[in-house]
Structure formats: structure tokens, C-alpha cells
Design a protein around this ligand. Structure first.
Ligand SMILES: [Zn+2]
Length: 404
């Protein structure tokens, strides 16, 4: 299949926190760009009165001379000043277009006061730089003539930053980014869909509605033995010795390797599912947590019998849930970029409901086996649940399509 990578334009806005010196420079930048805009507008107006037209390229050609004669203007980015001239050009083009189309009230482009001129656009890498001083926790945006300004980056920026604007809203400063991203390439439809029932412990990671068992990646027996040996080695070495440090290194390297292998496995499994199915429906882990909790079993003397609930709580459960959510997030991301549908549903009663006749009763399920007390349908309990999850997803998909 031919793949054509189209570009998708997205934008991001983040708050900037300039120092007081940077803030006065930002205000000066806005003021000088506004002067340039208004001067260029003045020139066009006067030409208009004489029945002539001034074009962008005429004004652009004067920019070098303006910068040579005016040290204030020379402080700022040349290409940002071109952008400001282009902005005026756009206003004129829109004006003439409306005039030609015979609109009644067509306003001639106007001079801008400080309140109407609140942003200056730069090209990233040309008089401005996004993430100008790479640092793990503090992002900075650099504008020529102003410096590296602190940015509160509350979400990751994905793609290539093409343009960035400094903008004043009220008394707050923002940086607005225009980003190009590769458009997701939809995979060809397969006509197949699947539901996933998440499994626990030795049952693997999940079961599909088609009866496939997806294994849970665990440390292999060999890797586990290696880690145990490396850990023993640590305690054989004297505290604070070089050998002990080296032994610790070996342990953490082995753990890292196991973690990478697990991650790799989850990636490949998610890839395989997204390639194979147009629609993937899974349990919503947030609601699943509420429904999965074991029901209390009264013992008849005012107390409670063990209900297996304790095994589902604590660290063990959070580790298992972390593995699931990592897996589901991977499927979600891959489905999105492949144009596949991915739906999370509330899994309430999916394990007690008959996937054949819809009868819901707790007695339907007995451990690994499912036997419907109403219609006699027999199935693997996990596959039955996965089918119900798929069905719930189809209902949601229909509702979403009807609404759109
Ligand atoms: Zn049934």
C-alpha cells in the first residue's frame, strides 16, 4: 500500500513567566512591532489616496533600511518584523476580497492601539527558539532581544514547532506554538473486531472474545535466577567497597533489561492487535476497580467470612493494574494513529451475563467455566466476558455514530 504522509497542524499555548526586565522588553517588542504595523499601514493609505497600491514586497524591501536607521527596531528579529508586515498584507487582501464580493460594510484596515496589538509571531529557529535551554523540568522560550523566558509547560509538545508567538492577555504573558505533526496513516480495514477481558495472575494478561489467550510477560525463570544470584553477590561484598557498587550495578542492569523486554512485548502485542482489528473494546479500569471488589460474605454471627477480597488489594493489585493500564494506553495510542476504533466500557456484570441469551445471574459463572442457567450456553468464562465487553463497545459505537 502506498503511504502518504500528510501534515497536521496543531497548536499549543503555555503561560510564560518573564522576569521584570524581560517583561519590559516584551512590552517594548510589542510597541515597536505595532509602530511598524501602523507605519506600513500609513504608507499604504497614502498610496491609496494617490490611486496607487503598495505591495508586501515593496514594504519588505524597506525593512533593512528601517533597521539601519532605527536602533530600537534593529533589536528585534528581522523575520518576525516580516511576519508583522505580512499580517498587514493579509488584512488588506481580506479587505479587497470583501470589496470585490460586494459586501455592504467593508472596513478599511485600521491603525492599531496597544489593546488591539497584543502578539508578535516568530519563526522557530529564526530570532526565536522553543525549549532554548533544554532542561528536564524548566522549559524556556527564547525571543531575540528579550532572552530566555520561563514557560510553564503543562503538557508535552509533539511534532515540529514551526512558529511561536509571544502574546499578552490582560497582564499575563503566553507563548503560542504552531506545530506540524505527521498525520496518522489509517490502516486498511480488516472487518474484524475484538473484545478483551483482562485476566489475573497465572491466567495471563487478557483473553480475547475469539478465545486467544494473551500471556503476561513475566521475568523468565532464567532471568529471575540471574537476578537472585546477582543480589546474593551484593551481600557477599563488603559495605562501601568498589566490588559492592559493581554488584549493585549488575542487579540494576538485569532489572532494566527485564523491564525493557516486558515493554517490548507489550508494544508488539498492542501492535499485533491494532493491525488485526478495526475495533478493540476493553474494560475501563477506572470503573472496573469498583465492580471487581469482592462482595462481603456474612457468616451469620454478625461477622464476615473470607471472600477472597484480600488477595485483590494492596501492592499486588496496583502492580497488576499498572501493567494493564500501560498495555491499554499502548493499544489506545497505536489505534489512534492507525485510524482504528478503541473503546473503554464499564465491565459491570460482564462476567455474569450470558453472551448467548443475555441472562444475568451470578450462578452462571463457576470459576473458569460459564454455564448459563437459563439457556444452557457453555463457554470459557473469560471468553464469555470478552464477548460481552465487545457487545457493550458496539452499543457505544452505534450511539456515537447516531449522535454525530
Ligand atoms: Zn444463556
Amino acid at each position: 500500500m502506498e503511504t502518504c504522509q500528510k501534515l497536521m497542524i496543531r497548536s499549543f499555548t503555555f503561560r510564560m513567566y518573564p522576569t521584570s526586565k524581560q517583561e519590559s522588553l516584551l512590552r517594548a517588542m510589542l510597541a515597536d512591532h505595532r509602530d511598524l504595523y501602523n507605519a506600513a499601514l500609513q504608507e499604504r493609505r497614502e498610496a491609496c489616496k494617490r490611486g496607487k497600491r503598495v505591495w508586501f514586497k515593496d514594504q519588505d524591501a524597506q525593512l533593512t533600511a528601517i533597521r539601519e536607521n532605527d536602533p530600537d527596531q534593529a533589536r528585534w528579529s528581522y523575520s518576525a518584523q516580516e511576519q508583522t508586515l505580512r499580517r498587514l498584507d493579509k488584512a488588506f487582501k481580506a479587505f479587497f476580497r470583501r470589496l470585490r464580493s460586494g459586501e455592504k460594510k467593508v472596513g478599511y484596515p485600521r491603525f492599531k492601539g496597544p489593546r488591539q496589538f497584543t502578539s508578535v509571531e516568530h519563526r522557530n529557529g529564526d530570532g526565536a527558539k522553543w525549549d532554548s535551554v533544554p532542561h528536564p523540568t524548566q522549559t524556556r522560550a527564547k525571543f531575540q532581544g528579550v532572552g530566555h523566558i520561563k514557560v510553564k509547560q503543562h503538557r508535552p509538545v509533539t511534532g515540529r514547532v514551526k512558529r511561536m508567538s509571544a502574546r499578552l492577555e490582560g497582564r499575563k504573558w503566553y507563548v503560542h506554538l504552531v506545530v506540524e505533526q505527521e498525520q496518522p496513516t489509517p490502516l486498511p480495514k480488516t472487518g474484524a473486531m475484538v473484545g478483551l477481558d483482562l485476566a489475573t495472575g497465572p491466567n495471563g494478561l487478557a483473553y480475547t472474545s475469539l478465545g486467544e489467550r494473551i500471556d503476561n510477560p513475566t521475568f523468565g525463570a532464567v532471568a529471575a535466577a540471574k537476578i537472585a544470584r546477582a543480589q546474593q553477590q551484593v551481600f557477599r561484598c563488603r559495605r562501601g567497597s568498589r566490588r559492592r557498587f559493581k554488584a549493585w550495578d549488575k542487579v540494576s542492569n538485569l532489572y532494566r533489561k527485564a523491564r525493557n523486554q516486558r515493554h517490548d512485548y507489550l508494544h508488539k502485542t498492542a501492535r499485533r492487535l491494532v493491525d488485526a482489528y478495526d475495533l478493540i473494546v476493553v474494560e475501563d479500569l477506572r470503573t472496573a476497580d469498583m465492580t471487581r471488589r469482592a462482595a462481603p460474605r456474612p457468616d451469620g454471627n454478625g461477622g464476615y467470612l473470607p471472600n477472597g477480597g484480600s488477595a485483590k488489594t494492596g501492592l499486588n493489585r496496583s502492580i497488576r493494574d499498572a501493567g494493564w493500564s500501560q498495555f491499554l494506553d499502548l493499544i489506545c495510542a497505536k489505534a489512534e494513529s492507525a485510524g482504528r476504533d478503541f473503546i473503554r466500557v464499564n465491565p459491570a456484570y460482564t462476567s455474569q451475563t450470558c453472551s448467548s441469551c443475555g441472562h444475568r445471574e451470578r450462578a452462571n459463572r463457576n470459576g473458569k467455566a460459564f454455564l448459563c442457567v437459563s439457556c444452557g450456553h457453555r463457554d470459557d468464562a473469560d471468553i464469555n466476558a470478552a464477548l460481552n465487553i465487545l457487545r457493550a463497545g458496539l452499543v457505544l459505537q452505534d450511539a456515537a455514530q447516531a449522535a454525530s
